[in-house]
Design a protein around this ligand. Structure first.
Ligand SMILES: *Cc1c(COP(=O)(O)O)cnc(C)c1O
Length: 372
C-alpha cells in the first residue's frame, strides 16, 4: 500500500490534521527559537517569562472579549486536571452532566468516585448526538462539553432551563475554545488546554472564571473540605493574577500559545476563527455528503462540530488502510477515536489549518480511495 503516491497538487503544504495535539504553526516555532536564548531555561519568577504569561492572558481577554469582572486561572495539568479541581473545589454537593462521549464521561466518573459528593445526575445520549441538560433540584453545577472531541459533536453553551440561580455552568471547551462561538456570560467556568485550537503544546490548563465561580471556590474551601493545593483553582488564580503559575510551567507552551493568540487577534479574534472553522468544516461535510462511500457521522447538521469533523466510511473502504496510506504520504492523525470503534476518519480543522490544505486533503482522500 506504500505504492500509492499522491501527486504534488494533492499534497497539503502541512499534513497535520489531528484533533489534539494539533498543528503548531512553524512561524510560532521560529519565533520561539528566536526568543529562546533570553527565555527558555530562565526563571519563571522573572520578568522575561512573566511578560509571556501576561501576553497570554491579555491575548485571551481580547480574544474572548472577557468581561472586566471575569478572571483567568492558568496552571499545570491540562483540562484533565480541571475535572479533579472541580470535584474538590467547585461542586458543593451534586453536579449534573451531559455525557455523550469519552471526555464528558470521564468527568462524570470522577464525580461518582468522590466520597464527599452525591452521585451525579447524568443525561446521556448515543455517540454522534448530544443530550439536553435540564435544571434539577439540588444540583449546584452543570457540566457541559462544548465539543465532544471523541465523536465530533458540538453542543451550544447555555444555562440549562430551570437551573437554580446560584448553580454554576462549567464547560469543557478543550477542543471548542477558539473555534466555536462563545459568549463568556453563558458560563461560569470555561476551561481548555493549549494544544487544540490554540496551536501550542500540551501541559497547561486555562479556566475562564465568572465572579460566581470565584465565590464558589471560596465557599467550598471555607466549608472545611480539604482541597489539595495542585487542585486548588484559588491558588492557580492568585498566581495568574501575578503573571505566573503555582509551579514551573513549560515556558515553550506559554510562548507558543501567546504567539497564536496574537495571530488570531490580528485576524479578527474569535469572530474570525468561528467563520474560518465553519467554512473549512462545511467543505468537509459537503464533500462527505457528496460521496456514496462517505457520510458525516453526526446526522443532525446543527450538532456537527466546526473544529472536529467525523466522517463514516462505507465498509468497502477501510479507514485503517486509507489513513495508513495517507500517513505514508505525510498526512497524519485523521484516525477516528479508537474506542468509538467505527470505520471512520476524524479531521481537525482548527484555525491554524489552512483552508487550501483542507481542500487538498479531501482531494487526496478521493485519490487514495480510487486507488485502493
Ligand atoms: C483533549 C481533551 C481533553 C483532555 O485534555 P488534556 O490537555 O489532555 O488534559 C479533555 N476534554 C476534551 C473535550 C478534549 O478534547
Amino acid at each position: 500500500m506504500a505504492d500509492i503516491v499522491l501527486p504534488d497538487t494533492l499534497r497539503p503544504a502541512d499534513g497535520r490534521f489531528g484533533s489534539g495535539p494539533t498543528k503548531v504553526r512553524q512561524e510560532s516555532v521560529a519565533a520561539l527559537a528566536a526568543a529562546a536564548p533570553r527565555l527558555l531555561g530562565t526563571s519563571h519568577r522573572r520578568p522575561a517569562v512573566k511578560a509571556q504569561v501576561r501576553r497570554l492572558t491579555d491575548g485571551l481577554r481580547a480574544f474572548f472579549a472577557l468581561p472586566e469582572d471575569h478572571e483567568i486561572a492558568l496552571g499545570n495539568g491540562g483540562a484533565t486536571l480541571v475535572w479533579d479541581a472541580a470535584v474538590h473545589g467547585l461542586i458543593r454537593r451534586r453536579s449534573a452532566h451531559a455525557v455523550f462521549g469519552e471526555f464528558s464521561a470521564k468527568f462524570a466518573d470522577g464525580v461518582r468516585a468522590a466520597p464527599f459528593l452525591d452521585d451525579p445526575v447524568v443525561a446521556e445520549s448515543a455517540p454522534g448526538t448530544h443530550p439536553v441538560l435540564a435544571g434539577v433540584d439540588g444540583v449546584d453545577l452543570y457540566a457541559l462539553t462544548h465539543c465532544e472531541t471523541s465523536t465530533g459533536v458540538a453542543m451550544p453553551v447555555a444555562r440549562p432551563e430551570g437551573a437554580a440561580g446560584d448553580a454554576l455552568v462549567a464547560v469543557d471547551a478543550t477542543s471548542a475554545a477558539g473555534g466555536l462561538p462563545f459568549d463568556p456570560r453563558d458560563a461560569d467556568v470555561y476551561y481548555f488546554s493549549p494544544q487544540k485550537a490554540f496551536a501550542s503544546e500540551g501541559g497547561l490548563f486555562v479556566a475562564l472564571l465568572s465572579p460566581a465561580a470565584v465565590a464558589r471556590l471560596d465557599e467550598v474551601a471555607a466549608s472545611g473540605r480539604y482541597v489539595p493545593p495542585m487542585l486548588d483553582l484559588r491558588i492557580a488564580l492568585d498566581n495568574t493574577r501575578k503573571d505566573q503559575t503555582y509551579n514551573t510551567p513549560a515556558i515553550a507552551t506559554v510562548f507558543l500559545m501567546a504567539e497564536q493568540l496574537d495571530w488570531l487577534n490580528q485576524r479578527g479574534g474569535l469572530a474570525w476563527a468561528v467563520k474560518d472553522c465553519a467554512a473549512k468544516a462545511g467543505h468537509v461535510y459537503d464533500w462527505a455528503g457528496a460521496r456514496d462511500w462517505a457520510t458525516p457521522f453526526v446526522a443532525d447538521p446543527a450538532q456537527r462540530s466546526a473544529v472536529v469533523c467525523t466522517v463514516d466510511l462505507d465498509p468497502a473502504v477501510s479507514a485503517d488502510r486509507l489513513t495508513a496510506v495517507l500517513r505514508d504520504n505525510g498526512i497524519v492523525d485523521i484516525e477516528a477515536y479508537r474506542k468509538l470503534g467505527r470505520n471512520q476518519i476524524r479531521i481537525g480543522v482548527f484555525p491554524a489549518v489552512d483552508p487550501a490544505d483542507v481542500e487538498r486533503l479531501t482531494g487526496a482522500i478521493d485519490y487514495v480511495v480510487a486507488a485502493l
